[in-house]
Design a protein around this ligand. Sequence first.
Ligand code: ADP
Length: 197
Amino acid sequence: KSGALKPAAPSSSSLPAYSHLSNRVALWQGDITKLEVDGIVNAANESLLGGGGVDGAIHRAAGPELVKECRTLNGCKTGDAKVTKGYKLPAKHVVHTVGPIYSRSNAGTSRSKLQSAYRRSLEAATEADIKTIAFPSISTGVYGYPIEEATNVSLEVTGEYLADKESSQLELVVFCVFGDADKHVYEQVIPKHFSPQ
Ligand code: ADP
């Protein structure tokens, strides 16, 4: 078992330089499938059998064992979360959650479902003994959720969860943004929720 066959997953010492928002929360731009954390969150759909966007990227990087395990889970309701192993990913686990398809005429319901997706992901991660977790920007791609509002939801729910004693084992929550525009939104919204260290 030499390291020779290991793909170029980053080692702990080469972990990306996160921009820390507080000692337990950080922002990072890039491909979530590269992160060597205990758990990455997948913005999945209710089937849990794979899809486009970040879901497709995670399944491609994890390999076919991931969908095999997902088939045993009988799907996942919008706003809920279920944990699998990470297989070929550098992350040990995948926390599959399903965010809402945004509805302008039903914005309140969309918001409470997005809050639930973040909260249930954090709870499921805690149950799986995950200490470091990375979130993509759930529902803001194909599901059409406006990025500013979604970012407020993600930071609000995470802040509340971390303030709760139940969260004591969670050491680090990384918000993984993919595009420059999303990164700028997070940078704008962060000061509303977290004071600089
Ligand atoms: P949803 O269906 O929940 O809207 P998407 O996958 O379409 O999910 O988009 C969610 C977010 O994930 C978007 O901000 C998109 O840019 C981002 N994203 C896509 N691929 C990746 C990736 N490999 N790593 C991190 N984020 C990604």
